[in-house]
Design a binder for this molecule. Structure first.
Ligand SMILES: Nc1nc2c(c(=O)[nH]1)N[C@H]1C(S)=C(S)[C@@H](COP(=O)(O)O)O[C@H]1N2
Ligand SMILES: [Mo]
Length: 309
């Protein structure tokens, strides 16, 4: 390994985010590596419309996108989600939308999907652990949903929660994180057209290990902001607590915008490893805002990005 930074070297090892967790939990979680079976069902094509926001970079394969995941509810190993997420019941599915909205309620997934236009968004995806992929998501703009439920004037933040169901989520039977997994965005970030609710990938319904049936994707932020399997969306006046920030505020900020100039305390963020490139493929430079600076830099005008990491 060249250089002083220890960037993730092995696909299946406990990678940097989990490094501070209890060692015994990790050993148990990393035991008996399976074959990374794909839990996604082969269902009808979604026929999502193409989008001008898509990159023309070569997408990662379906096997890579569904076989190398972070989803701690199913374990901390990169192959645990593919092995364990098949047990998750995703139908019926309800999302509670509450807080500062005109039409709060428990919305069935069918209600949410009624009238949305699905687009394919091929986005770069950059994990804080310094690996990346290119993923052909299918989804709709979060702004569409928020506008439908009616955001009230006092709302400044959007808060999200993943479901808690330890019977089906073996990682929740341990204290890896303080469940539920929680995330949040500033309202203007949530309303940005790049921010999507994804319900599929590769033109098929979302595989469980990628956050079925509905998850957030915010392509200019580190991957942990893109919370999976969402059951609650709240519009709030104040900045909400978020899982990785609660676990380690020094290492994981609320903003977590991809920034090659601001190192993680334990590793550099200047470069990344594109998953699937092979053991000897060169690391590639990480781009400011993960390459979406033109679209989103204005959201942070006047902010010190090293301070607000
Ligand atoms: N509920 C939940 N959402 C989550 C995570 C998680 O552990 N639980 N991991 C995050 C992290 S660290 C990353 S990098 C991405 C991974 O998404 P992918 O497996 O679809 O590539 O999901 C994010 N969303
Ligand atoms: Mo991540």
């Amino acid at each position: 390994m060249a250089g002083r930074w220890k960037n993730d070297l092995n696909w299946s090892d406990a990678t940097p985010m989990s490094a501070y967790l209890n060692r015994r939990q990790l050993m148990a979680g990393g035991a008996a590596l399976g074959l990374g079976a794909i839990a996604g069902p082969a269902l009808a094509k979604l026929n999502a419309a193409p989008s001008a926001y898509s990159t023309d970079e070569e997408p990662n394969t379906l096997e890579e996108v569904t076989g190398y995941n972070n989803f701690y509810e199913f374990g901390t190993g990169k192959e645990d989600p593919a092995r364990n997420a098949g047990q998750l019941t995703t139908d019926p599915w309800t999302v509670k939308i509450d807080g500062l909205v005109d039409n709060p309620g428990d919305y069935g997934l069918d209600d949410i999907m009624q009238g949305v236009s699905l687009e394919e968004r091929i986005y770069r995806f950059r994990c804080v652990e310094a690996w990346s992929m290119v993923i052909p998501w299918v989804g709709f703009e979060l702004a569409d949903l928020l506008n439908r439920v009616g955001v009230q004037p006092g709302a400044r933040y959007v808060y999200f929660e993943t479901l808690v169901r330890p019977e089906e989520m073996p990682g929740q039977r341990r204290g890896f994180l303080d469940w539920p997994y929680r995330e949040g965005l500033r309202l203007d970030e949530a309303m940005h057209p790049l921010t999507i609710m994804a319900t599929g990938l590769y033109d098929e319904p979302m595989p469980n290990q990628n956050g079925a049936p509905i998850r957030l994707v915010v392509p200019w932020k580190y991957g942990f902001k893109s919370i999976k399997s969402i059951v609650r969306i709240s519009l709030l006046a104040d900045q909400p607590p978020t899982s990785w920030n609660m676990a380690n505020a020094r290492e994981y900020g609320f903003y977590s915008n991809v920034n090659p100039e601001v190192s993680h305390p334990r590793w550099s963020q200047a470069t990344e490893r594109r998953v699937g490139g092979g053991l000897f493929s060169p690391r590639i430079p990480t781009q400011m805002f993960n390459g979406y600076a033109e679209e989103v830099a204005a959201l942070y005008d006047g902010m010190d990005l090293a301070e607000n990491y």
